[in-house]
Design a protein around this ligand. Structure first.
Ligand SMILES: Cc1cc2nc3c(=O)[nH]c(=O)nc-3n(C[C@H](O)[C@H](O)[C@H](O)COP(=O)(O)O)c2cc1C
Length: 167
């Protein structure tokens, strides 16, 4: 049986929610990482992925300028990095300079990979659309990488950005 409730109450049932870190190079040559929960695979053949970024976030400018971006699946050990990248703006700080997080060059796009992530996907920007207060960026996956070590993915497991492995 279902009972009608406010959207804000119903949406709290979504956890665990996967987390990704998207990275794009801004017009000053700085790689800017952003932590995102709102993400999905949108095509299998060809492989395509989408992310929803709030219109006010600096990443909108960076991704629009770069026309490409990395999507990294952070590992469960990367909670501090995910919280840092998800609470500071590239408008104010160079996040990779302020928070140590090993990167590696991407193979096919002008971006970087997160060396300790579970996986990284290199995307070229296919299209974007406006959806309320967010911009949805759809990327073509042009290269993919996985970690040589077995690692667990990082999730938001409870509201208020409580992060950890899903199980
Ligand atoms: C766990 C977590 C999930 C988040 N999910 C999203 C999201 O899906 N979309 C979004 O626009 N911001 C999301 N944020 C907030 C941004 O990561 C945050 O506002 C960031 O500082 C914006 O960086 P920028 O201004 O450099 O783009 C999330 C933050 C955290 C910690």
């Amino acid at each position: 049986m279902q009972k009608q409730v406010e959207y804000a109450d119903a949406i709290k049932t979504k956890y665990p929610e996967q987390i990704v870190i998207a990275i794009a190079k801004d017009r000053n040559g700085k790689f800017n990482p952003i932590t995102l929960g709102w993400t999905m695979i949108v095509s299998g053949k060809p492989p395509m992925m989408a992310i929803a970024v709030a219109k006010t976030h600096y990443s909108v400018e960076a991704i629009t300028f770069a026309e490409c971006f990395t999507i990294a699946y952070p590992s469960s050990e990367m909670a501090e990095a995910a919280l840092y990248f998800g609470s500071h703006s590239g408008r104010d700080v160079d996040k990779f300079a302020e928070f140590k997080c090993e990167t590696a060059p991407a193979a096919q796009i002008d971006s970087v990979l997160l060396a300790d992530a579970v996986a990284n996907f290199e995307c070229t920007l296919e299209q974007h659309m406006h959806a309320g207060d967010h911009v949805i960026f759809v990327g073509n996956v042009v290269a993919a990488h996985t970690n040589a070590e077995a690692k667990k993915r990082l999730y938001t497991i409870d509201p208020d950005h409580k992060l950890g492995p899903a199980s």
